[in-house]
Ligand binder design. Structure first.
Ligand code: GLC
Ligand code: CA
Length: 544
């Protein structure tokens, strides 16, 4: 057991735009977060991850950075940032920042220079394809209306590459000068005292550079051409040597490659690259039509066993790119929202791997399920809407899909209380508040000892006080049970049993333990029957 602070951490993710607005412009900001520091402390979490707060024209809510060393005007100033960092540290909470360097904004000075002429010293900070060579080899853009990742720029008669929106040109990591700029920028933040980096979309950073650049055939094997390009590990090793190894910072990659081998190559300690990655296999299985618990168990058990000896993972069921956890994996109806939210929280907090918990889930916030396209804000969703229109797609089906799946569902304002706009802003919120804020809000839940919020607080304490939940061996029990997820965690003679009913009906589980003698550490119902039968969405953790 190789103890590390980042393995023992509980990470709380804050989406700054939607957390708390301090000045009435309808947009969450740093002073808003500062005003809620005692709330964050009250959760018991010890790491906060902030989505990007750098200068940005907000084509993709800050994931299009125009200045990596400044704060977005909507969010405040560098003085606000310093105050926030100090306030967190004073409360024993570390800060992880988003590092968005697969691409920048097209309004970044580097790109302005780069596009200005073919001989500009910044030209090679991005990927350009001169038009004399003909049309570039096709590449897919995830966010563009036409899904074409090459954008023609008449100024220099050339195309630039953008895997995301056209306002997010991809940086050229093959250029050592660009890499040095990024490392210096990382040092700037690390010197300020931040505690970690979350590497956004970094799997895409290394491009296929065999001549002629960008070979054909990506349509047949998207991930082969996109994820984990030829020199990615060289860049990460270099980043580790130049920056990460010099500070007591943690590092986590968005995405874990295409295979277990890729994932290990990113995070195994002896490779000196990153600390952990998060894989999408878990969240990807929950679609509109539901998901099977057997599949869910299989995915999480597979990842656990692959990392049981070496490497480290993260556990999450939601983030700012996903719809709400309880709406996707639980049951957001009035009868079961409470129990199923608590059950999912129990799952996240009792698995091996660092838990990443998304703001609002501790209240059991649900999907907003907007039914008009005008209510949506996400660039990818709006562009795809136009794309579907252009190709004559089924618009009804599309609207139904986004009501369930769109990431805007996870971005509606944090519900603080039952006053106007859920207490998030005195102005007009940048995105609509979920209609249910009068009943689902922090003020009400704080007062209720049995609320989802107070259950979360207890669950965080349980994890932080029991190293067995962090490092203990995971063993799946009653594997083929389609309703109940049951497992033990075991370390140095201590053994915990976790039982989770994922169904809205009672269920039972096959056990070879005598529960009569076991101690209940936590349960989301007033009482557990101790006979291996579970109430709807019941969660219980025993010490055996
Ligand atoms: C990552 C971010 C997402 C963003 C994209 C482009 O997936 O999590 O929010 O849109 O990268 O930066
Ligand atoms: Ca504001």
């Amino acid at each position: 057991m190789n103890r590390k602070w980042w393995k023992e951490a509980v990470v709380y993710q804050i989406y700054p735009r939607s957390f708390m607005d301090s000045n009435g412009d309808g947009i969450g900001d740093l002073q808003g977060i500062i005003s809620k520091l005692d709330y964050i402390k009250s959760l018991g979490v010890n790491v906060v991850w902030l989505n990007p707060i750098y200068s940005s024209p907000n084509d993709d809510n800050g994931y299009d950075v125009s200045d990596y060393r400044n704060i977005m005007k909507d969010f405040g100033t560098m003085a606000d940032f310093d105050e926030l960092l100090k306030g967190l540290h004073k409360r024993g909470i570390k800060l992880v920042m988003d590092l968005v360097v697969n691409h920048s904004s097209d309004e970044h000075e580097w790109f302005k220079q780069s596009r200005s002429s073919r001989t500009n010293p910044y030209r090679d900070y991005y990927h350009w394809w001169n038009a004399e060579r003909g049309k570039p080899t096709p590449r897919y853009s995830l966010f563009d209306v036409n899904h074409d990742a090459w954008r023609y720029d008449s100024l220099t008669n050339a195309y630039y590459l953008h895997y995301f929106s056209r306002k997010q040109p991809d940086l050229n990591w093959e250029n050592p000068k660009l890499r040095k700029e990024v490392y210096n920028m990382m040092k700037f933040w690390a010197d300020k005292g931040i505690d970690g980096f979350r590497l956004d979309a970094f799997q895409f950073a290394a491009k296929d550079i065999t001549w002629p650049k960008f070979p054909d055939g990506y349509e047949k094997n998207f991930s082969k051409y996109y994820a984990i390009g030829p020199h990615l590990h060289d860049y990460l090793k270099e980043m580790n040597k130049e920056v990460l190894s010099k500070y007591n910072v943690m590092s986590v990659a968005e995405g874990a490659g295409n295979s277990m081998k890729d994932a290990h190559n990113l995070v195994d300690a002896d490779r000196n690259e990153l600390n952990m990655a998060y894989a999408f296999d878990g969240v990807d299985i929950a679609k509109q039509g539901g998901y099977s618990l057997l599949h869910f168990k299989q995915v999480f058990s597979k990842w656990d066993s692959a990392f049981a000896q070496k490497g480290w993972l993260s556990i999450f069921l939601a983030n700012h790119d996903q719809a709400r956890m309880v709406s996707r994996f639980g049951n957001d109806g009035p009868d079961f929202r409470d129990a199923s939210s608590k059950m999912l929280t129990t799952f996240i907090m009792t698995m091996r791997g660092t838990p990443y918990y998304y703001n609002g889930d501790e209240l059991g916030m649900t999907n907003a399920g907007f039914d008009k396209i005008e209510d949506y804000r996400d660039v990818a969703t709006l562009n795809e809407y136009k794309h579907q229109q252009n190709i004559g797609g089924d618009m009804k089906a599309y609207m139904k899909r986004i009501a369930f799946e769109c990431r805007d569902n996870g971005r509606t304002p944090f519900q603080w209380n039952s006053t106007d706009n859920a207490g998030f802003t005195t102005g007009t919120p940048w995105i609509g508040v979920n209609r249910n804020y009068k009943t689902i809000n922090e003020a009400a839940e704080d007062k209720d000892p049995n609320s989802i919020l107070n259950y979360f607080r207890k669950m965080v304490q349980l994890r932080r006080q029991n190293l067995v939940l962090v490092y203990g061996k995971y063993t799946l029990i009653d594997k083929s049970n389609p309703d109940v997820y049951a497992y033990t965690r075991q370390l140095n003679g201590k053994k915990l049993l976790v039982l989770l009913n994922f169904k809205s009906t009672s269920a039972s589980v096959k056990l070879s333990y005598d529960l009569e003698k076991a101690k209940v550490l936590i349960c989301n119902y007033p009482q557990d029957s101790k006979d291996g039968t579970l109430k709807p969405y019941e969660a219980v953790v025993y010490e055996l």
